[in-house]
Design a protein around this ligand. Sequence first.
Ligand code: BG6
Length: 484
Amino acid sequence: MVSRVIPVEPFDLVIFGGTGDLARRKILPGLFRRYCAGQMPPEAQVIGAARSDMDDSGYRDFVRDAITEFAGPLSDECQQVDGFLDRVGYVTIDAQGEGGWAELKDRVRAELVHAYYFSVAPSLFGDIAERLHLHGLAGDDSRIVVEKPFGKDLDSARALNATLAKHFDEHQIYRIDHYLGKETVQNLMAVRFGNVLFEPLWNAQYVDHIQITVAETVGVGGRGGYYDTSGAMRDMVQNHLMQLLCLIAMEPPAKFEPDAVRDEKLKVIRALEPVEPHHIVRGQYDKTADAPGYRQDVENPRSFTESFLALKLHISNWRWAGTPFYLRTGKKLKARTSEIVVVFKDAPHSIFGADAGRHRNVLAIRLQPNEGMTLDVTIKEPGPGGMRLVDVPLDMTFADALGPEAEQATEAYERLIMDVIRGNQTLFMRGDEVEAAWAWTDPIIAGWTARSDVPKPYDQGGSGPEDSLMLMHRDGRRWRELKA
Ligand code: BG6
């Protein structure tokens, strides 16, 4: 596979929250990998901006450590980080006061593209946007990048959008959902709209149901405080699973262009029906003899927040009327696996008689790990003894098909940051999209709060609460098994 790297134009990237966890784990190592790939032009500059008192050289040490710890396996040409560090600087800044802004203004070069990454608490977005404006740092060519959580409900998301809109136009605002930067997530669009095979069958007439699973083996780790006010609905479903749902269900956009794609995604969200209470299963991982449970992890013995959520949804439009979509996500499950499974309907008539059994085509798209697709196809079981049918997978693991480079694919953050510099918003959420997602989410959360719903305990290392299996079994269906 030939890799094509097109350098972006020279830029200044300022990371507010430059000493934070996201910068250390994702943003800085990601930028370094792009530097190694030859995508960063020599004039590019990365400036960390945060409260800590530090100088350029102190920050370079911080960045070097972040790269060593999180940049992953590096090619031989890339063992030398000094060339990258030469482009890195630091400004001590007070997001809510005047300290550091004049110095930042001196460092940022007016003639270049500027991107300001708000890797800070959303409560600071307004202060930073305001100061960028006041200090003349927010020109027409400036972009701001904001992270999730983008609000915690519709009202707060609207308020955030309004705050940012005071100083930046929508075309300057890049709302990150890192799932959109994943290689295979984009591949969903390539598979659907680059092949003639699938699209004619991609509708309620031929599809029995679709499953979307994002399962994790980790627990809430050190993020208990945040997670307990969020839960799987706000942390994963309203954003990551919603984006997957949009890409799998949307109509073909006329072009692969930002607003064409985002208009179609928005239509899917707006066509989502409210979810019936008996189509919602919430769970919390239980403690074991050796490991704390969810409530111990978040240090809240009376927590009713879900670490697992399964939902059955319907999309009211011509393409999907009557086809259920089953979504599930959870922590401390059996395997780390994200996949989308499209289960097609049975052949309308079996010429092989009842003994041949029931067979259906299943397209499974594995997003992570081990990206690839399998398509179960029904064939004759080899050997004598009549016509017995069996389903065999046509397996396309991308690393096997495309070679080792597919495994070293660009990570989500790297791709997304380069898209910001290029000014391409296709893989970023538009303000109305985020608001529509909250408008659908809010009544579901309000419903279970009003019912005083208590999440069902589930075993660590399993597949989630029993009720989640029942959600499918009641419909004569079952989840695809979680496999590592
Ligand atoms: C984050 C969530 O957005 O996505 C985390 O806040 C979750 O709770 C993570 O673990 C999963 O991302 P990935 O890329 O590891 O699938």
